[in-house]
Design a protein around this ligand. Structure first.
Ligand code: AGP
Length: 616
């Protein structure tokens, strides 16, 4: 996820540099690895860019200082996906002639092939990004004699993946060309005067409330105060509805959601679709290293540790080896003197900056020759420096302190590694592999369907439970991870005391707390633990527990025993069951979110917490 902003105007009385800087700053929540601006004046492109947060860059190179007579500029704030967060990888990216500039949000999946083809034709690349292929492809098309617009159309046809792009050309000072496929893009307009493009509405909201929302496979030509839309596939002109935005800037930044936490829960389907694009080659690297390792550990903190618990379960199923989970703060204490050569540590950290995990893997690297396989959401974060191989989860920046979409994408990444292992080992048939992939690719739809239909039910449950201070979240098997993570969410944002526990172990102590009406949330996918869980539900019900269960749509047995059920719209089969830590989680995240609201708490700013814990 990155932010793009552009303006083309015929107004003399505005400071273009200031407008662009303010516009891109309002998109900084979409990424803050680097920022860049390109302005056009006297048939030349003027580029300013650097790595870091916008304010830091501003102090160094004054991004707003662009030529006075410029009437066209593009800007970008980056959330790195391909290439480290350095100056050379910052957008805009230019072609060989320095005439075409592109800013891009999305992921170009076939960029390696395109880059190879372009390099063979003599094009020179300055960055490691996927984006840089785009200006070079447009350059080729223009050299073939196509006009600016058709060159962009033909270049985009060569891309697979997701993009929102804005392109300008030094010889076309009266146009910006923009296009969208699977990444957001909106156009703001002051008719007859100025036109803006942006990844999100808040970027231009103080300037205009009139806007067009672009859909997939659409292209637009922006001129000062005018815009024309085209279908990218047919290249025909299309009409679009001009809308008036009523939101405040604050609401708009959150996409109309009241809080980032809610927005990020609703972003899970798209985040998961992006994670599904992780290259098979990289997954195979992880899979092969795990297959040849003698000892495997998986380590993380907080939510990432819960993802590790779910992931170790999924991977072990196909790996045929035990994986030991250790909280990263305990890794050195537990493994000191025991860490053997040919060990592998899977390190998981959303931020890549949690001090405990950074120190743990630094220690492990020094202590013995072990391999560190890292899964993080932040390209170039500190953890990546001590890692042998890194997978980036592609969830986009997460602003809410409570991890939501990053948890789903971490578990999904581990699940993708697991299926890759199954493929290499050939321990299941090709048909079964296909079924697991179908289940994985079906996850976003299941979550979308759930979020569409169940918010009122979750609010009803919250209202019903509002006075309770203590809860149990119980489960068996893989769902213990779900219970722990669901419990952590409610704990951190709604300040309730939760015990996320094994349903079997709960009768060895915690059950003594149960009185009439004590709320117990059972996580109950129909897997191999289901029938035993039915027994556990009965034990707690017979002691007066108020049973809320999370089950699949077709569930009957546990439904009959429950006071309320939350039904996840997924098939009751082993393929989907294995990924239930992902599909069941949004229900529990929403429960935590609405509980926080019911207790007048701000879910984005939980008490005593910070997004990244950089102290021991
Ligand atoms: C999750 O909601 C928490 N904010 C917290 O537990 C977090 O997961 C933990 O601090 C680990 O962070 P990391 O993934 O960035 O390393």
């Amino acid at each position: 996820m990155c932010g793009i902003f552009g303006i083309i105007t015929n107004q003399d009385n505005i400071s273009l540099g200031k407008v662009v800087l303010e516009g891109i700053k309002r998109l900084e929540y979409r990424g803050y690895d680097s920022c860049g601006i390109v302005a056009l004046s006297n048939s030349e492109l003027h580029v300013k860019k650097d790595s870091g947060k916008i304010d830091e860059i501003q102090k160094k190179i004054n991004l707003a200082d662009i030529p006075n007579n410029s009437k066209l500029a593009l800007a970008h704030t980056r959330w790195a996906t391909h290439g480290a967060p350095t100056r050379k990888n910052s957008h805009p990216h230019l072609d060989c002639s320095n005439k075409i500039a592109v800013v891009h949000n999305g992921i170009i999946e076939n960029f390696l092939e395109l880059r190879k083809m372009l390099t063979e034709k003599g094009h020179l690349f300055e960055s490691d990004t996927d984006t840089e292929v785009i200006p070079h492809l447009i350059e080729i098309k223009m050299k073939e004699g196509l006009n600016f617009k058709d060159s962009v159309v033909e270049a985009l046809k060569l891309l697979t993946g997701a993009y929102a792009v804005a392109v300008c050309h030094a010889d076309y000072p009266d146009s910006i060309i923009v296009a969208r496929k699977e990444s957001p893009l909106v156009i703001g307009i002051i008719e007859g005067k100025s036109t803006y493009c942006a990844s999100d509405i808040p970027a231009f909201l103080p300037l205009t409330r009139k806007c067009y929302i672009m859909d997939d496979d659409e292209l637009a030509i922006l001129k000062a105060g005018e815009v024309e839309f085209f279908d990218l596939i047919s290249n025909e002109r299309i009409e679009k509805e001009l809308r008036t935005i009523e939101w405040s800037i604050d609401a708009a930044e959150k996409g109309g959601y009241e809080h980032f936490m809610l927005k990020e829960i609703y972003e899970e389907p798209i985040a998961i679709r992006n994670t599904l694009k992780i290259s098979e080659e990289l997954l195979r690297v992880f899979a092969n290293i795990l297959l040849s390792a003698e000892n495997i550990y998986i380590t993380a903190a907080g939510t990432s540790y819960h993802a590790a618990l779910a992931g170790k379960f999924i991977i072990s199923k196909f790996l045929g080896k035990h994986i030991q989970d250790i909280e990263c703060s305990e890794l050195e204490t537990q493994l000191k003197g025991n860490l053997q050569k040919n060990s592998v540590i899977i390190a998981i950290s959303q931020s890549g900056e949690t001090i405990d995990i950074i120190e743990a893997i630094k220690w492990a690297k020094k202590a013995k020759s072990v391999k560190i396989l890292t899964i993080t959401n932040v390209v170039g974060s500190s953890i990546t420096r001590s890692s042998d191989h890194v997978i980036v989860t592609n969830a986009g920046p997460e602003i809410g302190v409570a991890a939501t979409k990053t948890y789903s994408t971490q578990v999904l990444t581990l699940a993708l590694i697991a299926v890759s292992i199954a493929k290499i080992r050939k321990i299941i048939s090709d048909e079964e592999i296909i079924k697991y992939y179908e289940a994985l690719t079906g996850i976003p739809n299941i979550i979308e369907k759930f979020l569409e239909k169940n918010v009122d039910l979750i609010k009803y449950i919250v209202n019903n439970l509002e006075k309770n201070m203590n809860y149990f979240f119980l489960a068996r098997g893989i769902s213990i991870a779900t219970a722990k993570e669901g419990g952590l969410k409610l704990k951190e944002v709604a300040c309730r005391f939760i015990e996320g526990y094994s349903a079997a172990s709960a009768k060895h102590g915690p059950i003594s707390l149960v009185r009439e009406g004590f709320p117990i949330i059972f996580i109950a996918p129909p897997d191999e633990t289901y029938n035993r869980l039915v027994g556990n539900v009965m034990e707690f019900k017979s002691r007066g527990g108020r049973i809320i269960s999370v089950v699949v749509e077709s569930d009957e047995k546990i439904t009959k025993l429950s006071d309320i059920t939350i039904r996840i719209p997924q098939p009751a089969d082993k393929y989907y069951n294995l990924f239930s830590p992902i599909t069941f989680m949004p229900a529990l995240q929403l429960l935590a979110y609405y509980s926080a609201l019911a207790h007048d708490l701000d879910p984005d700013k939980p008490l005593n917490l910070s997004k990244t814990v950089t102290v021991h």
